[in-house]
Design a protein. Structure first.
Length: 161
């Protein structure tokens, strides 16, 4: 299941022309990412990329890479890379990791699995890679995120009563 945070980013890209998964306005990237100049073939590949990310959750496969994804989408690696960069404003590794981190955040809020199990379930090769990537995106450790999320949920439930 795709998280609301990722859907918000995807909707922003589609509706408002945001160029990156961080939500920066497209105007800052007009020259690098001219989405309006995308061909129908590029737009179709973009939609297929979204489909395999959202519905097939390919980011959970620790072995997914540009070659495997290009084979899955019946295209070549160069073209896939170009479309990912054009529409998402980042490379495939960053895109996959953003989905993995969003999924990890969902698991951290709702489940009690160990960090090793969590890393594996989210498609990371190791716990250390998971921690480093999570820190890069969220600026805190997964453990700190879990504590903060659960504290906020507890406060919210107390305030409702």
């Amino acid at each position: 299941m795709i998280t609301p945070s990722v859907m918000t980013k995807i909707n922003a890209i589609e509706k408002f022309g945001f160029a990156t998964i961080t939500g920066e306005p497209k105007e800052a990237y007009n020259e690098e990412i001219p989405k309006l100049s995308a061909t129908p073939k590029m737009k179709l590949l973009y939609e297929n990329i979204l489909f395999v990310l959202e519905n097939k959750r390919v980011y959970l496969d620790k072995d997914i890479n540009l070659t495997k994804l290009s084979q899955m989408l019946f295209t070549n690696t160069t073209y896939l890379s170009k479309v990912v960069n054009k529409f998402f404003g980042c490379n495939l590794k960053t895109l996959l990791n953003s989905y993995r981190v969003e999924y990890a955040k969902q698991l951290l809020r709702n489940e009690n699995c160990s960090m090793n199990e969590l890393a594996a379930r989210c498609g990371f090769l190791s716990r250390s890679t998971f921690y480093a990537t999570f820190m890069k995106f969220e600026h805190m450790t997964p453990t700190d995120y879990r504590v903060n999320a659960r504290t906020q949920a507890l406060r919210a439930s107390v305030n409702e009563e």
